[in-house]
Design a binder for this molecule. Structure first.
Ligand code: NAD
Length: 338
């Protein structure tokens, strides 16, 4: 056995998990990645990668075996707003099975720290009715009225993490992500989130085309670049923060505004068609980063334009490889930030 810290990342075939594995390996850790699938766009960087369905108890025991000291628990059935509003029962059931089994298997196998990836979807809908929303503080989650299905499960597992810490001494950490985006994430097929979907639509459009936006485009969100997300995860795991912690930026942008930034980067003039029949989620959502700054002495710093440029270029390149681009975009790869 090696003396390097032994770390398990679940959901390592997914977007954030894959980036996190790369970062932990760079830091010199020994990493086991587990997922239902391999990473889609490049090989996993993990020392070991196992295909396991973590809804099953035996697989959770297998994943946490062999002296794993820390678990980053990212595996989840999830997707964009269209997906999470369509499959309430499946999402709740799949995720509660993964998380209850993973927490108990971690306890049984002597894991010391367990980081659960929760979501801003735990926040009550009654606090998110205005586009000019007051940034959400961690304590706003209770009294509860979270996103049906996905958000209720996240909130339940947050509580379970608290109970495992109190009753069993498992050092749990809970992060609430606010819209993470970046390269190497799903950009097509229904599970993609808004930045990736809009980058795809802009890349596939020609000057003067119409681009469809779900809702009236005035709904607001804040967005965090994936490198910042990974930095925050590593810092949170090492911290003594036992309470749920927001992780996001506090720059509020409308969906129309997001499209404008992306089309500007691509050098395309596009018209917006709003589809009011499509789900658009809460009216406004922003992150209050007071606790984040206090606890980690840090907050995400990548400007939205920089992160979107890298993301757009990557998606444009992928579409090009698939032979789907109508024309080469204005940005060339040499313009991409490293
Ligand atoms: P993702 O969908 O890319 O990754 C999740 C991974 O979990 C997928 O690769 C999937 O195959 C895997 N998985 C699903 N069911 C599984 C099972 N039964 N057994 C094993 N693996 C399984 O999503 P992501 O964006 O990388 O998100 C990672 C975590 O962060 C998730 O828990 C998600 O809920 C949370 N989160 C993400 C965001 C965001 O903006 N990306 C926002 C809030 C919360």
């Amino acid at each position: 056995m090696t003396s390097r810290p032994r770390i398990l990342v679940t959901g390592a075939g997914g977007f954030i998990g894959h980036h996190l594995v790369r970062r932990l390996r760079k830091d010199g850790c020994w990493v086991r990645g587990v997922d239902l699938k391999h990473p889609e766009f490049e090989p996993a960087a993990a020392d070991e990668f196992e295909i396991l369905d973590l809804r099953k108890w035996d697989n959770c025991l297998e994943a946490t075996r062999g002296g794993v000291a820390q678990v980053y628990s990212l595996a989840a059935d999830m997707g964009g707003i269209g997906y999470i509003t369509s499959y309430l029962a499946d999402i709740f059931r799949n995720n509660i099975l993964i998380n209850t089994h993973m927490l108990e298997a971690s306890r049984v196998n002597g894991v010391r720290r367990f980081l659960f990836s929760s979501s801003a979807c735990v926040y009550p809908s009654f606090l998110q009715k205005s586009a000019d929303v007051t940034p959400l503080k961690e304590d706003d989650a209770i009294p509860a009225d979270p996103e049906p299905g996905y958000g209720w499960e996240k909130l339940a597992t947050e509580e379970l993490c608290r109970y495992y810490r109190k009753d069993h001494g498992l050092e749990t950490r809970v992060v609430r992500f606010h819209n993470v985006y970046g390269p190497l994430g799903t950009y097509d097929g229904g599970k993609e989130k808004s930045p990736a979907a809009l980058c795809r639509k802009v890349a596939l459009a020609q000057n003067g085309d119409e681009v469809e936006i779900w809702g009236d485009g005035k709904q607001t969100r804040s967005y965090m670049y994936v490198d910042d997300c990974v930095e925050g995860l590593v810092r949170l795991m090492a911290s003594e923060c036992h309470e749920p912690l927001n992780m996001g930026t506090d720059r509020l942008v409308t969906i129309d505004g997001l499209l404008e930034i992306i089309s500007g980067l691509a050098g395309k003039r596009l018209h917006i068609a709003h589809d009011l029949k499509k789900p658009q989620g809460v009216r406004g959502r922003n992150s209050d980063n007071t606790r984040l700054r206090e606890q980690l002495g840090w907050e995400p710093g990548t400007p939205l334009e920089d992160g979107l440029r890298t993301t757009y270029l990557w998606i444009e390149k992928e579409l090009g490889k698939a032979g789907r681009l109508p024309q080469r975009g204005k940005l060339q790869e040499k313009d991409a930030p490293v």
